[in-house]
Write a new protein. Structure first.
Length: 280
């Protein structure tokens, strides 16, 4: 117990170790999705060229969140020093701090995701994630810098409210890195196993519904790690994998889903929201 807390308390000081966790998770599920694919994806060029586009956004996402890490540490330490936040008001103890911190930060992921789908201007940034027509493990960190920055702000807000100590923050960040790779990976799980997982955690099939090209399925299943936010807040939905089609039915040309510069500039380009785009 003490060893685990010590390990995660100082993990933010070991960026290479954190990067190894991210890279290891991506590589692991890259191999698994090759062995048991959910769909036999027909990439526009190759799987590697598709990955390069997504890795470009991943690098920017990591740069932004590395910069925000300074604020995360300062805010978490301020909460500890002043006794501010749910963790301290409830005198939760170490395990209580882990539970409160992890749940609060996971709710921040659900909340910012929901907001980006509901607010038209913010959706412009988030649609870069949804524009991927070939969802695989590399899609998980395909976020426009504007999307990444907003996620960081909500993360800070929930640290402020919860008072999450750094070991709780790092436990959650490790969980979300692994879960994001798992839920986006193009892997086929036994349907009963996938459903059993989905009662507590976001399962691959559950999250693939969120990447279905058409509403209302796109506007459902917002969770990152735990599935109960969607179940409690009425945003849970199901769709058989055989019926899922990736991409967007409007807002962005599906034929350009691997055009890195066009995707980067897209939030600033005026578009007709009523146009429908069926080409994949």
């Amino acid at each position: 117990m003490n060893g685990m807390i010590t390990y995660f308390s100082t993990l933010e000081q070991r960026p290479l170790e954190r990067m190894a966790l991210l890279a290891g998770g991506l590589l692991f599920f890259w191999i698994i999705e090759g062995a048991i694919p959910l769909f036999h994806l027909k990439y526009r060029k190759t799987k590697f060229s598709h990955a390069l586009v997504n890795f470009g956004f991943t690098v920017m996402h990591l740069i932004i969140h590395t910069a925000l890490a300074v604020l995360i540490v300062l805010l978490s330490d301020w909460c500890r020093n002043t006794g501010f936040g749910l963790v301290y008001w409830l005198h939760s103890g170490v395990w209580g701090a882990v539970v409160i911190g992890v749940l609060a930060l996971d709710f921040s992921s659900w909340l910012v995701h929901w907001v980006m789908h509901k607010q038209a201007y913010l959706w412009r940034y988030h649609l870069v994630h949804h524009s991927d027509n070939k969802v695989d493990v590399t899609t998980g960190l395909r976020h426009h810098p504007g999307d990444s920055f907003l996620r960081g702000l909500f993360f800070l807000l929930l640290i402020f409210i919860s008072g999450a100590p750094m070991y709780s923050v790092m436990i959650y960040q490790t969980l979300v890195v692994v879960t994001t790779a798992f839920t986006h990976a193009n892997i086929s799980l036994n349907s009963k196993l996938d459903r059993a997982i989905s009662y507590i955690l976001i399962s691959p099939n559950m999250h693939k519904v969120h990447h279905h090209w058409k509403q209302p399925y796109t506007d459902s299943n917002y969770g990152a790690v735990f599935s109960f936010w969607d179940r409690m807040l009425g945003t849970y939905s199901e769709l058989a994998p055989s019926q899922i089609k990736y991409g967007l039915d409007r807002y962005y040309d599906n034929a350009k889903d691997e055009d890195f510069m066009a995707l980067l500039k897209d939030p600033f380009v005026k578009k007709d929201s009523n146009s429908t785009l069926n080409d994949q």
